[in-house]
Design a protein around this ligand. Structure first.
Ligand SMILES: [Zn+2]
Ligand SMILES: [Zn+2]
Length: 295
């Protein structure tokens, strides 16, 4: 299994000279399974560059197949979708119908529990007041599957989901492929009682790679605790690297990668956060755009 990070930022893209090292694009993770199936977790703005890369091969000829999993529909996880070039590739016949044999195939997965389906959210984002092309006018063929908590399979790869603690909900993923386990838990807040979220522990149990939302420093998350006069981020649905380390140790995860970086955090700030976190867990890494991990 190969894991590539195309977007590691939370909330809003932040391009600029202060974010060159870690990157400014919002969440998008590519997972290539051992059988060569392409999974994409979230369509934040990072998916645009992934689309350009994919267009150089099968997707440029309408022969590509991918499985896009949405953790949830907050902006920073869907905003890149209309700019994912493979959605526009597919021939149409005289009646304007897509010729399936010459169109890219996108299988899209979202939570069955969400207050609004992922199809509705993508459709809304592409309504004419926001974007000139509607979802129904795309040339790729798109199917929607709603995840109910029952594991699903893509080839031999098993995908298990559990809900995470996030406003309006979010899905965490456990991807088991060829004896390796990848856990993705972005957009999740740790419980207030000092315990770890049992769903996170179940998803990350003995995982080879555990990707966790460490958007805030402990001081930003709960300024009152440190006598800092700033607004609290409690209840905003995000966590800290320190909480990620706690969960990783408890779940016996082998490697921990922190993602969903706060837009206000410059490269310098993330460097210092990573250095501090390495004091507690030397193998921890803060995700960078373009980073690739082979499991
Ligand atoms: Zn987010
Ligand atoms: Zn969110």
């Amino acid at each position: 299994m190969i894991v590539r990070f195309w977007g590691v930022r939370g909330s809003i893209p932040v391009p600029g000279k202060e974010t060159i090292k870690y990157g400014g694009n919002t969440t998008c993770i590519e997972v290539l399974t051992s059988e060569g199936n392409l999974m994409i977790i979230d369509a934040g703005t990072g998916i645009r560059a992934l689309g350009q890369q994919l267009m150089k091969e099968d997707f440029g000829h309408g022969k590509g197949v991918c499985h896009i999993f949405f953790t949830h529909s907050h902006w920073d996880h869907i905003q890149g979708f209309p700019f994912f070039a493979p959605i526009f590739i597919g021939k149409r016949n005289k009646d304007g119908k897509v010729v399936k044999s010459s169109a890219n195939r996108l299988h899209i997965y979202g939570s069955a529990e969400s207050s609004r389906s992922i199809e509705d959210s993508l459709c809304g984002q592409m309504s004419d007041c926001y974007f000139p092309v509607s979802l129904s006018d795309l040339s790729a063929t798109i199917s929607f599957t709603y995840l109910t908590g029952k594991p699903i399979k893509i080839g031999k790869t098993k995908i298990t989901t559990l809900p995470l603690r996030h406003p309006n909900g979010c899905l965490g993923f456990r991807i088991e492929d060829n004896g390796k386990v990848l856990t993705i838990a972005t957009d999740c807040e740790h419980p207030e009682n000092g315990e770890c979220d049992p769903n996170i522990l179940a998803l990350a149990d003995n995982s080879d790679l555990f990707i966790y939302d460490g958007q805030y420093t402990p001081e930003e998350y709960d300024p009152n605790k440190f006598n800092i006069c700033l607004p609290s981020k409690k209840g905003w649905g995000h966590s800290t690297a320190e909480e990620g380390i706690k969960a990783a140790i408890k779940a016996h995860a082998k490697r921990l990668v922190i993602t969903h970086h706060e837009p206000l955090h410059s490269d310098k700030m993330l460097d210092s956060m990573e250095k501090k976190a390495k004091g507690f867990m030397p193998s921890i890494v803060f995700a960078r755009e373009g980073m690739e991990i082979v499991l």
